[in-house]
Design a protein around this ligand. Structure first.
Ligand code: NI
Length: 262
């Protein structure tokens, strides 16, 4: 069995066939699907999925860094995340982590200080509620790592989602707390630099993810991603590590269960 540790199948991209997408994931051996939040615009759709699918989906709550950019309401959105973590909406038992949160300097550096403030505030929320974090990082690995390292020794744990840095950053981050690294479709791409890095990563440090509807693995690259495709990521990691598919499935699933307390 597999766990897709990062999937946005509550996105509108799935409005016409969400039921079939979930059924396909189940049929392909996906045991749970983790749903990271983005912002107030999409939270209701995430909650609706939880009400419909119950334990099969694992909801997180957080404010995504790109939703801070150019958003005059980011303070209210952050306050809403805090409220929801303390009191989940009707029909949702609890949130299993704080995410996705982090730093994204790809689109613009104009909101870096606001993103950092929001990131730190949500790290504090994770510690307060004793929840793991799911960290989104784009063009900001050094900046993100510096903030996480301020918290070293305070019990932070979680996932560096869509890991895309190098072996040195991997070795640095794995010492910053109880962290694992989310590997997705990018590892299957031709001439993937990530594939070379994954060869040096320990299986005990890896979880697998799709980031649906984005970053679709080979052989479906270029089409909409969905949780059932997480098996192609597991297969590629097995090849790179010289392990069987079953071993990769079992170990990454165990890692995800440990991090999210499933
Ligand atoms: Ni995401």
């Amino acid at each position: 069995m597999l766990i897709d540790t990062h999937s946005h199948i509550y996105d509108e991209a799935f409005d016409s066939d969400r039921q079939e997408v979930v059924e396909r994931a189940k049929a392909e051996g996906v045991e749970r699907i983790v749903l990271p939040a983005i912002d107030g615009e999409s939270n209701e759709r995430l909650f609706d999925m939880c009400r419909e699918w119950g334990d099969y989906v694992v909801p997180l709550m957080g404010l995504h860094p790109t939703s801070v950019n150019d958003n005059p309401r980011w303070r209210e959105e952050l306050a809403e995340v805090e409220r929801l973590l303390a009191a989940p909406p009707q029909g949702i038992e609890r949130f299993y982590g704080v995410g996705e949160i982090g730093l994204d300097l790809y689109w613009s550096r104009d909101w870096q200080s606001e993103q950092e403030e929001v990131f730190r505030a949500q790290l504090e929320l994770a510690l307060k509620h004793n929840l793991p974090i799911v960290v989104h990082t784009r063009d900001a690995w050094e900046e993100m790592a510096a903030i996480v390292e301020e918290y070293r020794g305070r019990g932070l744990r979680g996932i560096f989602h869509a890991f895309s840095s190098d072996v040195a950053m991997y070795e640095q981050l794995r010492l910053a707390g109880d962290f694992v690294f989310g590997i997705g479709g990018v590892v299957t791409f031709k001439k993937s630099a990530l594939a070379e890095v994954v060869k040096s990563m320990r299986l005990e440090d890896l979880v697998i993810e799709t980031d649906s509807p984005y970053l679709t693995p080979t052989p479906y690259r270029g089409t909409r991603n969905e949780s059932s495709y997480v098996r192609f990521v597991a297969q590629k990691i097995a090849e790179l590590k010289g392990e069987t598919y079953e071993v990769v499935a079992e170990r990454t699933t165990a890692n995800a269960k440990r991090i999210f307390n499933l």
